[in-house]
Design a protein around this ligand. Sequence first.
Ligand SMILES: *Cc1c(COP(=O)(O)O)cnc(C)c1O
Length: 423
Amino acid sequence: MPRTDAVLADPRLEGMAERLGRGVVKDAVGRAQERVRRGEIEPEDVADAALAALPAHAATIRPVINMTGVLLHTNLGRAPLSAAAVDAAVAAAGATDVEFDLATGVRARRGRGAMEALARAVPAAEAVHVVNNNAAALVLVATVLAAGREIVISRGELVEIGDGFRIPDLLVSTGARLREVGTTNRTSLADYRDAVGPDTGFVLKVHPSNFRVEGFTGSVEVAELTGLGVPVVSDIGSGLLEREPLLPDEPDAASALKAGADLVTASGDKLLGGPQAGLLLGRRDLVERCRRHPLARALRVDKLTLAALEATLRGPATPVHRALHADPAVLHRRARAMAEAMAAAGIEAKAVPSQATVGGGGAPGVTLPSAAVSLPEGLAAPLRTGDLPVVGRVEGGRLLLDLRTLPPDRDGEVVKTVIAVSG
Ligand SMILES: *Cc1c(COP(=O)(O)O)cnc(C)c1O
């Protein structure tokens, strides 16, 4: 067995250690030595095997191809960033002027480019602020406006966001008390009016972004709540800044502010299509109080996020927007071409109609007509665990690779990957 330090002295591996770190390269050498012990490779091939098995990056987090048909798949990192946002984040990775005015040489408002872009995108907002995510925005607002006081909220809007995290628990963790009003299916203006009093910090509207209540239901719109004499905060969830005609039931920041919301909170990495972030928009005095609170420092966003958010707001249509607006006829054409190429390689593949969804990030119950390549279910695991993981969904004993979540320039890559893992 060749000694580890002797293998690591190979100039090619030394070069890779410069890029990836010595530990990463050493691990790869260790795995190659294991293969020699198992008799899979010859001792003299350890360096080559280690080199071939080196990861592309020093981090173990891996890019995957989302063909689940779920546009905003939380487990797959929600919104994929646009090329413009990726470039901006990479450019911001070194020393930047994120909090520095180059003209005067003094400290400046952190992330002002992103704030300006957000303010310009939502003229109805007097002021804006950005924190780590929407949960952070809610915590900040609850702390600033309602610590030791009450948040009035409908029982129909006590939402679990996911992975056991619940908005009511989040709010209570700030020291605010919840004043629940109405019932699961129906809440009236009178319910809110009866609950509002001297102890009220604000009324909170939470968009039920991952479930739907049907039948005998009733809720109160933001516009009706503005006459109660207390601030109205609207958590719209998805981060749509203006109305999206394809998703008529999804709230947007501009409409909520025009309806009279004092503050709107939203996520950056849902339908907005940007990096994980929490957007706060609305009345200048309230936004300023949030921005100045000590907790704001703990919820501060990173320069990479600010750069990506600004580029998302100023740049071309995001991948999420493109996926949402993709023409089903084009998706079918792409699925057929991919299935044909796979079938020509002897794989049992065919193009089938499919139903995509927006996902936990918004528009519950909405399905988007789509097309998929249907493959034998047995390919699901090898595709997931290959060099370029492709994640589809298993349905009716078949693996469906849904085209709606695949950028068109990657069709060929997926065909090649499927053929490679089938071989
Ligand atoms: C997703 C969501 C949240 C949580 O947002 P994060 O950005 O994931 O913290 C809060 N409220 C609503 C209505 C949501 O849809």
